[in-house]
Design a protein around this ligand. Sequence first.
Ligand SMILES: Cc1cc2nc3c(=O)[nH]c(=O)nc-3n(C[C@H](O)[C@H](O)[C@H](O)COP(=O)(O)OP(=O)(O)OC[C@H]3O[C@@H](n4cnc5c(N)ncnc54)[C@H](O)[C@@H]3O)c2cc1C
Length: 391
Amino acid sequence: MDVQHLVAQADAAASIASVHAEDVDAKGRFPAEAIQAFRSSGLLGLLVPVAADGPGASLADVANVCRILGQACASSALIYAMHQIQVACLIAGAGEGAWQQTFLRRIAVEQLLLASVTSEVGIGGNIRSSLCSPEIDIDHRRVTLLKHSSAISYGEHADALLVTARRHADASASDQVLIVAEKHDVVLSETSRWDTLGMRGTDSKAFDVRLSVDAAQIVPVSFGELAQHTMLPTSHILWGAVWLGIAVEATEKARAFLRRQAQANPGVLPPGGIRFEKAASLVATMRTRLESATTEYARNPAKDLDALPLGFLAEVNALKVTMSELALDVVQQAMMICGIAGYKNGTPYSIGRHLRDLYSAPLMVNNDRIAANTATLLIAQRSPLLRGSIP
Ligand SMILES: Cc1cc2nc3c(=O)[nH]c(=O)nc-3n(C[C@H](O)[C@H](O)[C@H](O)COP(=O)(O)OP(=O)(O)OC[C@H]3O[C@@H](n4cnc5c(N)ncnc54)[C@H](O)[C@@H]3O)c2cc1C
């Protein structure tokens, strides 16, 4: 199906997500209606390349969908973003692997939903480290693994999990592989509930994951390479798009509140007017940062790590930290503008859910951890801090 036609479906899917957003948040339940809408409109396969019978949308297209969904229901939007990050990793990592290529086709045709199992008890948010390692039965080409995960969003609702592990029992913690396990390959045993401040509909419970798969289900490209070239940039871009959507929605509520005040008192700038200028300008900054990173990422098919002014990895890390902080700042401004009408639940100006959802942004993966990684990269870099000229 035509990419633009599919992207246009995002508005209809967002309307469905929006109708159920309050209930999803209140009950902390999986947004089944929204995910069904993604499935039936073909949005789950959006990134799958034309060569694998998909529409072959760009990351920018997917980011747009994430932003639209973020305005409607943050949990549904984050689920969509996390799914697409896994699809991007498979596209980048499949190589000539026949199993992976067939699986990519199936994502487009069957509209499979993929979830991620990088976090592990004992390693915190460091995705480049694994404790668990698979047992490999070389004769029968079977791989078995037990992973004590600390959070798997929509784990029980996914059609497949992409699980990181050390390559083998003697491999170092950072010598990792990515294993694709379909629902029927996995037994999940819940070890912790997901009753959180926000992003309640992502249903990110902790599980012990036991899997048994064919050896062909190990992604051919190493996870180290995938993390650096694909998972980090796409995560930071698509999460950022979701957070931008939430910030836009809160700003629109603040605008509606101010317009109502302005109508009641024509010719007088409502008290929150100056804060609105600040919120709108922060939203514009977020949009520019996101567009710039997405464009640069698309422009560098070799994922040249030095292509951006701070070096690519430092730039996409900074993007995540900045987007998560700016989005929270915007929503706090919106709360100040709407006052008690924003603080209350159930008004047309309620901001609470947006604020609670966004508090996950600096923690997912912790901004301090990301900033420490970026600082290490920048200090090690020999070239000047800013390269290139202002266009
Ligand atoms: C909404 C949501 C959905 C999620 N979904 C998934 C999922 O589907 N799959 C999955 O695998 N994971 C998922 N996660 C988990 C996520 O990816 C991270 O693993 C998790 O947020 C990190 O948890 P943490 O705070 O315990 O760990 P850490 O990042 O280790 O942070 C713990 C504390 O240590 C500090 N800290 C640790 N290391 C450093 C450092 N190097 N420098 C400075 N400070 C440091 C931090 O400041 C923090 O106070 C999800 C998380 C959220 C919020």
